[in-house]
Design a protein around this ligand. Structure first.
Ligand code: UT7
Length: 346
């Protein structure tokens, strides 16, 4: 007879995961942020000139009033946005480009399939040649995935600083024949320079993947799927309102802190209604969860660092603040973590 194997229940698995995450992810301090938006501002009224829609439909269903698209004729693209955001983050942090040991770019719209945008940033920014440069594709959860990766790499690397970027040019993968999807997305980039935080509560990172290429997918040349974004909006809405509160709750549990001990929640900006559900379910103070989707639209992997930078520049996130970052998206993926803001000069 085969020996019976104990199968742990969901609660036991959650606890086991909690201890694994707490041990495995040293905390991060954000030393400086930066962001970049391209020059073409497209309002909802502009969208209504291109597809059958209205400002009223878009703004009430999503909170979006405008988004920015790259002007390729003016030289704007995913790589240029990534470089601009990264330069600003470096300047804000006071860390020199040649001190960066790890450069990660979260994106699913890189300028080239290869080389990676991270590798091109090595040249664009003058990073050292021994910097570890790679792109991370976890869609809208990508920036948080990249932070977790940076934390793990920094803990075994001799370099002190990592540059983590989220950059997207979604206007390149939009189907203008699909009005329920094309009105949602915009281009942009955000970046942060980070170092390990040996004294804080740890990164308390949470992540997950649920293989699904039906709900949200962008194909590519030669694949069965068309090379633009296709989404089952309702399915993604249900998924997002499940995982965003759950993963935020788990970050707090891993950190051993209550919701009010977090100064700011920076949630992926996909739809204001999704954030509102998370705020309600977790009984968070809405003032600590304000977003920027009204003027950026959904910028996927760029959305979390873009919002973080805007909050820093507005003085709404300050030195010493504890910030929870969380994203969700195609994959399906989700991720959350807790960071501490370093000396930001604001
Ligand atoms: O970052 C990646 C994650 N993405 C997301 O989180 C997106 C999650 N999903 C959503 O945010 C929402 O599902 C949407 C905003 C995409 C759609 O909102 P909805 O309330 O689920 O609308 P719906 O797709 O159920 O469509 C309702 C109606 C339909 O008309 P009928 O069939 O009721 O007559 C659509 O044809 O709205 C119509 N519609 C539009 N009307 C005007 C769909 N798109 C548009 C549009 N303008 N752009």
């Amino acid at each position: 007879m085969m020996a019976s194997r104990h199968v742990p229940g969901r609660a036991a698995l959650a606890v086991a995961e909690r201890s694994r995450g707490a041990v495995g992810a040293p905390g991060l301090t954000v030393l400086g942020c930066g962001s970049a938006l391209p020059g073409r501002r497209i309002t909802n009224d502009d969208m209504a000139q291109m597809v059958e829609t209205s400002d009223e439909w878009i703004s009430t269903r999503t909170g979006i009033r405008a988004r920015y698209w790259c002007d390729r004729a003016a030289g704007e693209n995913q790589r240029s946005l990534a470089a601009e955001a990264a330069r600003r983050a470096l300047a804000a942090s006071g860390v020199a480009a040649d001190e960066i040991g790890i450069c990660l770019v979260a994106t699913f719209t890189p300028e080239h399939a290869t080389p990676s945008t991270a590798c091109l940033l090595q040249r664009d920014l003058g990073l050292p040649e021994d910097a570890l440069c790679l792109d991370v594709n976890a869609a809208c959860a990508g920036f948080v995935y990249a932070l977790y990766t940076a934390s793990c790499l920094l803990s075994v690397d001799s370099h002190r600083f990592a540059l983590v970027v989220g950059a997207e040019e979604l206007s390149r993968v939009m189907d203008m024949g699909d009005r329920s999807t094309c009105v949602l997305f915009g281009d942009g980039a955000g970046a942060a320079v980070v170092e390990l935080d040996p004294v804080g509560p740890g990164l308390s990172a949470v992540w997950g993947s649920r293989g699904n290429d039906d709900a949200l997918v962008a194909g590519g040349p030669g694949t069965e799927r068309p090379p633009y974004l296709a989404m089952d909006g309702r399915a993604v809405f249900r998924f997002a309102t499940e995982v965003l509160p759950a993963c935020t709750k788990e970050v707090l549990a891993r950190a051993g802190i209550g919701p009010d001990e977090v100064d700011r929640y920076v949630f992926h900006q996909a739809n204001k209604r999704i954030v509102d559900v998370a705020v309600r379910k977790l009984h968070l103070d809405p003032a600590r969860c304000a977003g920027n989707i009204d003027h950026t639209g959904n910028t996927s992997a760029a959305s979390v660092p873009l919002l973080l930078d805007e909050l820093v520049r507005a003085g709404e996130v300050r030195s010493g603040d504890r910030v929870v970052l969380a994203g969700f998206g195609a994959g399906l993926t989700w991720a959350g973590c807790l960071v501490t803001m370093g000396p930001l000069g604001n």
